[in-house]
Design a binder for this molecule. Sequence first.
Ligand code: NAD
Length: 325
Amino acid sequence: MAALTTRFTEMFGVEHPVVQGGMQWVGRAELVAAVAEAGALGCLTALTQPTPEALAAEIARCQEMTDRPFAVNLTILPTITPPPYAEYRDAIVESGVRVVETAGNLPTEHVEALKPHGIKIIHKCTSVRHALKAQAVGVDAVSIDGFECAGHPGEDDVTALVLVPLAAAALDVPLVASGGIADARGLVAALALGADAVNMGTRFMATAEAPVHDAVKQALVERDEHATNLILRQLRNTSRVAKNAVSDEVVERLAEGADFEQVRELVAGARGRTVYETGDLDAGIWSAGVSQALVHDIPTVAELVSRMMDEAEEIIASRLTGMLV
Ligand code: NAD
């Protein structure tokens, strides 16, 4: 298999410049260990686990499945029931995990608590100004999320094609490009734009090891770039999710002037979890990025990563090099 060395692979001790980004309900040990074994950086999601103790157990389960490095995602965004962040963080520190992906609000307090333990932090954010603030508080790398992404794309609506080179020019720390990437073409393009690695969520959700119902994976294969909704825009907590009856209704209610309380039951993560578990695609809100249009199969994680690296080599060594005169 081809391999690419970047500042990211060297800093995080992985073979390939590919990250499986934090995905609520999806970032569990089965997927993360498979990503690690394939030579990329997998990411457990802390808030998928109901308690810090459950997170510690999930980290231990993942450590039994792989000796390779993996990360834990700690998302800092509005939640219906605010989680005990410091206790989740302590569980991460005590487990011996070496990498944390923070996402959302500026992670100052977490950086201060994690760094003395030698833990490396990748902060995921959606604008250059937030990336610079994160760098200033000491994160080791930044993951910049273009508007195409699933989950929270922020409020600026800047796509990765512009955001990644702007962030690369502004930052000194290694940069991960996120949003809209699902194959080798996206990887090579992101590296050309100045990124040191890519983050993929939607693409990893449609793999054999992803712990979600087959109907969700099949939907990602079948759906095109138009089948997402942007919800919670009016509340400045925009989230890109799969288009379905529930997300259509949330869009409609908020457009008519509803407040959070009037959509709370529809958007609740607990309801979205049912989609992943039962395959009922209209049971609640579930995340998907526009890159679902580039997802055409459900490979194993190992097949996905090796195919991506081989195709990246082919693009760089053959297609692009062949254009040089
Ligand atoms: P949840 O059930 O607490 O909330 C459901 C949704 O409502 C989330 O999008 C949340 O941000 C939003 N929300 C909650 N309270 C709000 C408020 N007062 N005002 C505006 N919006 C509000 O969340 P969950 O589904 O259990 O997820 C846990 C965390 O992970 C949340 O912070 C969520 O945003 C985040 N998440 C991130 C992604 C992603 O970026 N890929 C995907 C799913 C969830």
